[in-house]
Ligand binder design. Structure first.
Ligand SMILES: [Ca+2]
Ligand SMILES: [Ca+2]
Ligand SMILES: [Ca+2]
Ligand SMILES: [Ca+2]
Length: 554
């Protein structure tokens, strides 16, 4: 089946509604030509893939010291993806993002003391390489967190620069003889008193994390060397880059500076030179407009923070009004492998907790996430509905594998206590329950991997007769699916759907359920390629998502 969008005269509005929708849908018509400068076709694996974010310290402990480690991760890879597409017992993720694995004095690792050494708590370089090989055998790509903006105050270069003003590493950091008293982007102290002499050093996040000085060429060369090391020596497939917007300060501009964009651009091209297949995704925790300023030629992708908030808001408020326009901004600007929706990451209150403990809402949020364009990321434990709120340690508690002592995470004493619900909320309890959150994640991740429209098709907004209903098509040249979610807490009867003109070839379609209990329906698309008055599901259950394949009737 082909889409008539290219040949239909776009001025043929069937009705004012269609005209209004067309203003939303028009960008798709020009989608191909609106794409930014193309990258080499490096990341073919991203099509239909889902990535899984892992905190190694909290995933699986193999030796009983209470700390998750690389061998524990290797032993758990079959849970993430067993490499056999015929089995459906695994999550089906095709990529993992490991939070920092380089040596660090902190529990979280975002302050690196040796960029070329695996954190000893986690294992050895050999353990790391073995884990990467085992992941690759299962078709799992491995991305590691790369923390370029700052090092640890325990890094030998910083310690030397602090002690000795004539040190060759002095210019690797930023110093001031007086306290500039400039406050950081969220009002925090950024100039910290030296413990050695009467001077100050710059660290945007914390005194334990002195910023590296990227105006100093040897620092930029070191960043390239670190990237090459992990790609070539350690075998990783790419990086998640931490806090990239803070790389270079220019006067009062502490984030998003012109020089930051330039340095990021150079770094990314260095990564591509080191490995043409490497994938990079950056953290720019900001508005969509600001995130889009990091394209087209810096990192491959960035996390869509406003989409994350938009999904949770839609689910929390039961209103579908604001999410689609945000998604359309990303889609207009970017091909699907260059941005990543997600629900929560290691810095945010976990989904179930953010939604007031309501697992039904968490299911709904996940079903929206996994049917959107982009490359979705899932934070470990979200798939079983783990809870957790600030402080940060409580967002990163050990994985809940079983109901037993230590949650199946460790046979020792866990480095951080598990959440109190671990005996009820765990993988073992959900693995065999076809109605569990985990089973839903598996089904949708698999559907996304096998249905090309869900994998990388464009999103086309569909108008619903109720504001509580979120509806969109995902379509590519071969397939179309319709996704309908009732965000409300009551059943909705006979919700009517309508599209703009030119979204489908004219004719009749069978709407058959791929996900969600729907009896099936028949859809008629008029000669101008629009539909209206379509009841896809007679009664939309509360907080339920339905995915329907639309197949032409011949
Ligand atoms: Ca351990
Ligand atoms: Ca499998
Ligand atoms: Ca350590
Ligand atoms: Ca910086």
């Amino acid at each position: 089946m082909t889409h008539p969008t290219a040949r239909l005269p776009l001025r043929q509005f069937a009705c004012p509604l269609a005209a209004a929708l067309l203003t939303l849908a028009t960008p798709f018509v020009h989608h191909a030509s609106a794409q930014p400068v193309a990258r080499p076709a490096a990341a073919a694996w991203t099509k239909g893939a889902v990535c899984y974010e892992i905190f190694v310290r909290s995933f699986r402990d193999s030796d009983g010291d209470g700390i998750g480690d690389l061998n524990g991760l290797t032993q758990s890879l079959d849970y993430i993806n067993d490499g056999d597409p015929r089995t459906t017992t695994d999550l089906g993720a095709r990529c993992v993002w490991l939070m920092p694995v380089a040596e660090s004095p902190s529990y979280h690792g975002y302050d690196v003391s040796n960029y070329f050494r695996v954190e000893p708590d986690y294992g050895t370089s050999a353990d790391f390489r073995r884990m990467v090989s085992a992941a690759h055998r299962r078709g799992i790509k491995v991305l590691v967190d790369l923390v370029l903006n700052h090092a640890s105050s325990e890094h030998p270069y910083f310690k030397e620069a602090l002690r000795d003003t004539a040190s060759r590493y002095r210019d690797w950091f930023r110093w001031s003889a007086t306290n500039p008293k400039t406050k950081g982007p969220w009002g925090q102290e950024v100039w910290h008193k030296s413990s050695v002499r009467d001077e100050y050093f710059y660290g945007v996040f914390w005194s334990g994390m002195p910023d590296l000085n990227y105006e100093h060429a040897p620092v930029r060369r070191e960043a390239d060397r670190v990237a090459r090391f992990w790609l070539r020596e350690m075998g990783v497939d790419g990086f998640r880059l931490d806090a990239v917007s803070f790389l270079i300060e220019s006067g009062d501009t502490l984030s998003h500076s012109r020089r930051t964009h330039e340095v990021l651009r150079d770094f990314a091209s260095g990564v591509r030179r080191a490995s043409s297949k490497a994938f990079t995704i950056g953290e720019v925790w900001d508005s969509t407009g600001t995130i889009l300023s990091y394209y087209p030629d810096q990192l491959d992708a960035y996390f869509a923070f406003p989409v994350s908030d938009g999904i949770l808001d839609a689910v929390r408020t039961g209103s579908a009004k604001t999410l689609l326009p945000e998604l359309l901004r990303y889609q207009r600007a970017l091909p699907p492998d260059r941005w990543s929706p997600f629900l929560r990451n290691h810095d945010q209150t976990r989904t179930v907790t953010a939604l007031g403990g309501d697992t039904a809402r968490a299911r709904l949020a996940a079903s929206i996430l996994l049917t959107l364009p982009g490359l979705p990321f899932v934070y470990y434990g979200e798939e079983i509905g783990m809870t957790g709120d600030k402080p940060d340690e409580m967002l990163r508690t050990p994985m809940q594998w079983t109901a037993g002592a230590g949650g199946g995470f460790t046979r020792g004493t866990p480095w951080e206590p598990l959440q109190k619900d671990a005996s009820v909320v765990n993988v073992a309890a959900q693995q065999s329950d076809s109605g569990s959150l985990l089973s839903m994640y598996k089904r949708l991740i698999r559907l996304r991997a096998t249905n090309s429209a869900l994998a990388s098709g464009e999103l086309v907004p569909v108008r619903a007769s109720s504001d509580a209903v979120l509806a969109y098509l995902r379509r590519d040249a071969r397939r179309t699916v319709l996704v309908v979610s009732n965000l409300g807490t009551t059943p909705l009867d006979r919700v009517v759907l309508a599209s703009a003109v030119g979204v489908l070839s004219p004719g009749r379609y069978d709407a058959r359920s791929l996900f969600g209990a729907a009896p099936g329906a028949e859809l008629t698309v008029s000669v101008d390629g629009h539909f209206d008055g379509f009841v896809a599901v007679p009664t939309l259950g509360p907080m339920q998502t339905y995915v329907l394949a639309l197949t032409p009737v011949r």
